[in-house]
Each structure stands twice: as structure tokens, then as C-alpha cells.
Design a protein around this ligand. Structure first.
Ligand SMILES: C[S@@+](CC[C@H](N)C(=O)[O-])C[C@H]1O[C@@H](n2cnc3c(N)ncnc32)[C@H](O)[C@@H]1O
Length: 388
């Protein structure tokens, strides 16, 4: 149980800062990452501006922590940025944008995803790992950069017009993720919840988040540090849309805290729950998902990461799991999902799985086209669900 500011959150910020220090072929650009670091981590991030030092540090981290936590964090950040942009793009009509752009010098990493048609939507059970193969991507209907793969019986698949639900499914739900217009977030300004925010800088970095209400929710201990760092690193005009909400997901009432902070149950919402579920109990994950499904308007989206349960069960199915390292920092992994069971688990909680990719898949999209072959984890997964 967390009782002090999260160290693993600092690790992720360091990984983002190292990536940002690259002069070429970077897949994210997070100028706030270094500013959210302190002490020796900030020193290392600054040192990494010297290319040889950065290369040495990256190689050291990749050897010391096998399995690829560094690259996994970077590619998941990129993928989630794009999922958030995609959901928000319909809210006010502006396109996806990141301050300074995502375009890495020397290669257009955004195209690494867009090259095969852009976003994917996966619905239904039994088909999630098809996304990790070329075969899974081909044959998907595309237009406007979106793909849809209807898993299982296809009832939730999105149609090729980049718009309407191919199933002619329920009203309201169809508008989400398919209209490409204002409906996607309910026609209002929309709102974003960064749940277990750590040193996530999206509220200040993604242009689309500057015009929506953003709730940074985190364990009070981590949040106290973050607030201090944000106060020093981010101009007042960049943070006026941000509300900080201290919540211990193991014991506090998330829905009540969000409502009290001004969360609207009418406006559709994008929730980012990145790098957190693996530190909670099964009960806390369950309670959190039910709270979100209960409080958020239909059509809202929850982007979350999780660890494949098989990486935790001692079966040895995955090599290079870095759970010993996080345990040493007092933040052991305590929870994982079985990917095969995820669609059903979510359905029981009023949620529909739209996408489920591994960090390895994301690395294949963003890093490999740039000639980068760093390790990234097949057991670390990024999923997106929709509130029914
Ligand atoms: C690995 S960090 C991820 C931070 C951030 N989302 C990111 O991806 O950079 C884990 C985060 O989970 C938060 N966390 C862990 N246990 C929590 C709890 N019981 N309640 C609320 N947040 C918690 C930590 O405070 C920390 O911010």
C-alpha cells in the first residue's frame, strides 16, 4: 500500500525525459518530464542531453531492468496521447495536437500508427491478440484513419465510413468513437480524468486538454509532490483548467470526490488510468471501474493499462518481468488481468472493450519503423473501454 510519494511515478517521468532528450527519432516530446523530476533523477535527465550519456543511460536501464520498462513506458505514453486526442478531437473540432508536435526529428513517428490506418477499435471477446499481428490489422475497414476490428460476433464493430456503428446498435453508444464530430464528448467541452496521474504532463502538454476540465486524481502523498512541482514548472494560465483531487483508490470514494470537485455526469469523459491497476487490489480495481461506469456519461472512454496476470503467477510464461525492481521500491505489483477474460469482466461492469494492445505491439508501431529495436513488454497492456 502506498504511503509516500510514488517512486515508480518518478521512474516513468525519467523514461519520458530520456526520450525527450533524443534529438532524432523520438516518439514523444514531454518537456515537462524533466521539470517534474528532482534530485539525482533530474540530474540524470539533464545529463541525457549529451547524446552519448543518454545512449549509455538507456542501455544501462535496459540491461538492469530486463523486459523493457523504459521503452514500454514511452510507447504507451504515445499510444495513450493519440487515444486521448482521438476522443477529444470531436469535442471542439480541433485536431489532435501536442505542444511542439509529436513529430520526431528524423522520422514521423505518428505515421507509424497512421501508416496502417491509424486507430483501431476492438470489440467483443476472443479477438484481442489479432491486433498484434499484421493479419489482424489487414482487412480492417478504414477511412479517416480509423480501423475497426469486430471481434467475436462483430456486434460492436465500427463501420468503414469512419462513423456509424456497423451493427446499428444501441442509440447513443453509436455516437461515441464514430461520428468524428462534436457528439463524441456529448457536445460539451468535455472533461478528462487523469487517474493515478503521477507526473503525467498531459494536462499541460496536450493542446486538446487546455480547453476541457481536467481532474488530476492521485494518492494524496504523490499528489502533494506533484502540486509543488507543477506550481514551479507550469505557468498559471496553463493550469487554470486543472483540478487536483486527492484519492486513495484503496479506500476512498472516487465518485464522491470527483463530484465534489465539479465532475459532470452529463458530459462525456476521457479517463486515463495509466500505470496504476497493477499496484492495486482486485477489489480496488473493481470498485474503481464500477465507480467510473456509474458516474461517467454513456460514451465516455476509459484508457487503462494492466499487466497480464500470467506475468505474476510464477508460470514463467514471460521473461524479463521487472516486478522485483518495483518491489524493491516498495510498490509491488499486486494485480493483473487475464486478457482473454477482459471483455467479459468489463461487460459485467457496464463497459465495452474497444482496444487491447501490448506495449510490444505499440513498440512495433512506433519504434521499429524508426529502426529502433529496444525491448518492450508483451505482458504490459494498454486497453480502452467505453461506458455503455
Ligand atoms: C507508475 S505510477 C504511474 C503514474 C502516471 N499515471 C504515469 O503513467 O506516469 C503509479 C501511480 O499510481 C498511483 N497510486 C498507487 N496506488 C494508489 C492508490 N492506492 N490510490 C491512488 N493512486 C495510487 C501513484 O501515486 C502513482 O501516481
Amino acid at each position: 500500500m502506498l504511503n509516500r510519494s510514488s517512486r515508480t511515478a518518478e521512474h516513468v517521468a525519467l523514461f519520458r525525459a530520456l526520450e525527450t532528450a533524443r534529438r532524432r527519432d523520438r516518439v514523444i516530446d514531454d518537456p515537462y518530464a524533466v521539470r517534474f523530476l528532482t534530485g539525482r533523477y533530474r540530474f540524470l535527465a539533464r545529463l541525457a542531453r549529451v547524446p552519448a550519456a543518454r545512449r549509455w543511460l538507456e542501455r544501462y536501464l535496459d540491461r538492469r531492468f530486463p523486459g523493457g520498462p523504459r521503452a514500454s513506458a514511452v510507447v504507451r505514453t504515445r499510444l495513450i496521447d493519440e487515444l486521448v486526442d482521438d476522443a477529444l478531437a470531436g469535442a471542439d473540432g480541433h485536431g489532435p495536437a501536442v505542444e511542439g508536435g509529436h513529430e520526431p526529428a528524423g522520422g514521423d513517428g505518428r505515421d507509424a500508427l497512421a501508416a496502417d490506418g491509424g486507430r483501431e477499435a476492438l470489440a467483443g471477446g476472443g479477438g484481442w491478440d489479432a491486433l498484434s499481428t499484421e493479419g489482424g490489422r489487414e482487412g480492417l475497414a478504414t477511412e479517416g484513419g480509423r480501423e475497426a476490428l469486430a471481434g467475436g460476433d462483430g456486434r460492436n464493430g465500427l463501420a468503414a465510413d469512419g462513423g456509424r456503428d456497423g451493427s446499428g446498435g444501441e442509440e447513443g453508444r453509436d455516437q461515441v468513437g464514430d461520428s468524428g464530430g462534436r457528439d463524441r464528448l456529448g457536445g460539451g467541452r468535455g472533461q478528462v480524468v487523469l487517474l493515478g496521474a503521477g507526473y503525467d504532463s498531459r494536462a499541460y502538454r496536450l493542446v486538446g486538454l487546455r480547453s476541457v476540465r481536467v481532474f488530476e486524481v492521485d494518492h494524496p502523498a504523490t499528489q502533494a509532490t506533484k502540486r509543488r512541482l507543477v506550481g514551479a514548472a507550469v505557468g498559471a494560465e496553463r493550469r487554470e483548467q486543472v483540478r487536483f483531487v486527492g484519492v486513495d483508490l484503496m479506500r476512498d470514494d472516487l465518485a464522491g470526490a470527483l463530484r465534489q470537485a465539479g465532475f459532470s455526469g452529463e458530459e462525456r469523459t476521457v479517463v486515463v488510468w495509466e500505470g496504476v491497476t497493477n499496484y492495486l487490489t482486485a477489489d480496488a480495481v473493481d470498485t474503481t471501474l464500477r465507480a467510473l461506469a456509474g458516474i461517467a456519461a454513456g460514451g465516455s472512454r476509459i484508457v487503462f493499462t494492466y499487466v497480464d496476470r500470467a506475468a505474476l503467477d510464477g508460470s514463467g510464461r514471460y521473461q524479463g518481468v521487472w516486478q522485483d525492481a518495483v518491489r524493491r521500491h516498495g510498490e509491488p505489483w499486486t494485480f493483473g488481468f487475464d486478457p482473454d477474460a477482459l471483455p467479459g469482466y468489463l461487460a459485467e461492469r457496464g463497459l465495452r472493450l474497444m482496444l487491447d494492445l501490448s506495449a510490444r505491439d505499440a513498440a512495433d508501431r512506433y519504434l521499429v519503423p524508426l529502426g529502433r529495436h529496444e525491448p518492450a513488454a508483451a505482458f504490459y497492456r494498454i486497453a480502452q473501454a467505453e461506458v455503455r
